[in-house]
Design a protein around this ligand. Structure first.
Ligand code: ADP
Ligand code: G6P
Length: 471
């Protein structure tokens, strides 16, 4: 048996494999908050990470990264990619768990593939985990895995963490395979969510299915349990995820100079508003563009004084709702520039690409206002990253009430992304506040910075793993 005592399993590895036409293989960081949060945790634990390398039909031999993480690639075929990844994970579960922003598709074939791929992940993990190891399973793509793995390897300690919201029982109940998913999750010793509200939804659902619940949910400790018929107990708790805040907060003179130059390129005197997201319909990118456009239209913002920079990572590009969102966003960018830009001076700067972390940090640092407007988001690490980059108390955050981060970042300019007037008000208040009430904004930023620095990703991982150990 293998000697991996700590194994993380996620659909994605932290790196994506790219093979050039001449066969040369390179790895690039993979997208999303899950990978951003877990990478530093695994590096500290010298752990083993089981996951998909981001390409179809290829799974290189396991290897160790320069920073000591053992990567164990799992192969997905084209049919797996379509049925498990694009289908059941991202066209069924993703929209269902994000409160039906688009309509979920319930497809029996996708469900079968989802089950098969979860079985395959279980075999892989069973082969790499040491006797009595701790296995930490991540996210909605692998909800059957705890149950399957417990049957295969009853010696393991199994944790499960959901990185996206958990919906109200009435929404979850739409799912034709709802019981199977709940049974899958019950294979874990501890099930963690970002927010107490998510955990309460899960407990309400369990009660509805006749499972006995004891205790009340709390944050970073386990005071609620599901009591199973076979005498086993499953802990349930809230563990708000976070970022490697210290790394984000460290600024050399060269980094600071780079951020200043970036701002100067956009216009020294201009107020720079920034959006950074995966290009996903949950993120409300179109709505924020429309709010910005209306503020320009009414003269509340002057196109000579402000600009908006939107950096959007390509994501799930073949799925219809993602294609539609991209074309709507790009149409809006074109329209707004057509209406308000001057030659050589766009009002919206749009990049459809992933950028290296260092560059992203410079964007965060130079931005006067950060716009984070998801319709629904488990946490939203972008909001926390922006805050961590502003240890000098500069800047302002406009944040959707429907992002999990709003529970902690209460000093943000909160808005309701379903109400365009609400986004406009929050954005205008932030822009005007920068000039009229700089000391108020600095106080707000100071409080949020302290919150993010104290509640970093180590606290998230350690509190979850401590609770799991005490199960
Ligand atoms: P999600 O997990 O839904 O994508 P989060 O906001 O929680 O949303 O996490 C997104 C992560 O991806 C953050 O760590 C952020 O820095 C990173 N990210 C987002 N957009 C880009 C981009 N264009 N280039 C590089 N990293 C990005
Ligand atoms: C979110 C999900 C992750 C996912 C990431 C990127 O953060 O919670 O599980 O990995 O988005 O999405 P992708 O589909 O590219 O893996």
């Amino acid at each position: 048996m293998s000697d991996n005592n700590f194994v993380v399993v996620a659909n994605r590895l932290p790196v994506d494999l790219h093979t050039a036409p001449d066969g040369t293989r390179t790895w690039t960081p993979s997208p999303g908050g899950l990978v951003a949060a877990l990478t530093p945790v695994l590096e500290k634990h010298n752990g083993c990470w089981v996951g998909w390398p981001g390409v179809v039909g290829d799974a290189p031999e396991p290897f160790r990264t320069e920073r000591g993480v053992l990567l164990h690639p799992v192969k997905l075929s084209q049919a797996d990619f379509e049925g498990f990844y694009e289908g059941f994970s991202n066209a069924t579960l993703w929209p269902l768990y994000h409160d039906l922003i688009v309509t979920p598709v319930y497809d029996r074939d996708w469900w079968h593939v989802y089950r098969e791929v979860n079985l395959r992940f279980a075999d892989e993990v069973a082969a790499v985990a040491a006797e009595g190891a701790t296995v930490w399973i991540q996210d909605y793509q692998l909800q059957l895995l705890p149950g399957i793995l417990r049957q295969l390897r009853p010696d393991l300690t199994i944790g499960f963490f959901l990185h996206i919201p958990f919906p109200a029982p009435d929404l979850f109940a739409q799912l034709p395979w709802r019981m199977e998913l709940v049974r899958g999750l019950l294979g874990a010793d501890l099930v963690g969510f970002h927010l107490e509200a998510n955990a309460r939804n899960f407990l309400a659902l369990a009660r509805r299915f006749g499972i006995e619940v004891s205790g009340e949910v709390s944050t970073r400790e386990v005071t609620a349990h599901l009591e199973l018929n076979n005498g086993r107990r499953v802990g349930v708790g809230a563990f708000p995820i976070s970022i490697d805040a210290a790394a984000m907060n460290e600024w050399s003179a060269a980094d600071l100079g780079g951020a200043e130059r970036l701002h100067a390129d956009l216009g020294h005197e201009r107020t720079v508003i920034l959006g950074v997201d995966r290009l996903d319909y949950t993120k409300g990118i179109l709505q924020r563009l429309k709010a910005f456009e209306e503020l320009l239209d009414t003269g509340a913002l002057n196109p000579e004084d402000v600009c908006l920079v939107q950096i959007a990572t390509p994501s799930r590009e073949r799925i219809t709702s993602y294609r539609k969102t991209r074309s709507q966003v790009e149409e809006a960018v074109g329209r707004i520039n057509g209406r308000f830009a001057q030659i050589g001076a766009p009002v919206v700067h749009y990049r459809h690409t992933s950028v290296p972390k260092d560059e992203l940090r410079r964007y965060y640092r130079m931005a006067d206002v950060m716009l984070v407007t998801p319709f629904k988001d488990g946490m939203n690490l972008v909001a926390k990253e922006y805050i961590a980059c502003h240890g000098d108390d500069s800047g302002a955050l406009v944040l959707s009430e429907f992002a999990g981060a709003a529970v902690e970042l209460t000093q943000a300019y909160l808005c309701n992304p379903f109400d365009i007037e609400s986004i406009k008000k929050a954005l205008r208040d932030a822009v005007v506040g920068l000039h009229n009430q700089p000391e108020v904004l600095a106080e707000r930023m100071h409080a949020m910075h302290a919150q993010v620095m104290e509640h970093d990703v180590d606290l998230w991982a350690n509190s979850f793993l401590d609770c799991l150990e005490k199960k």
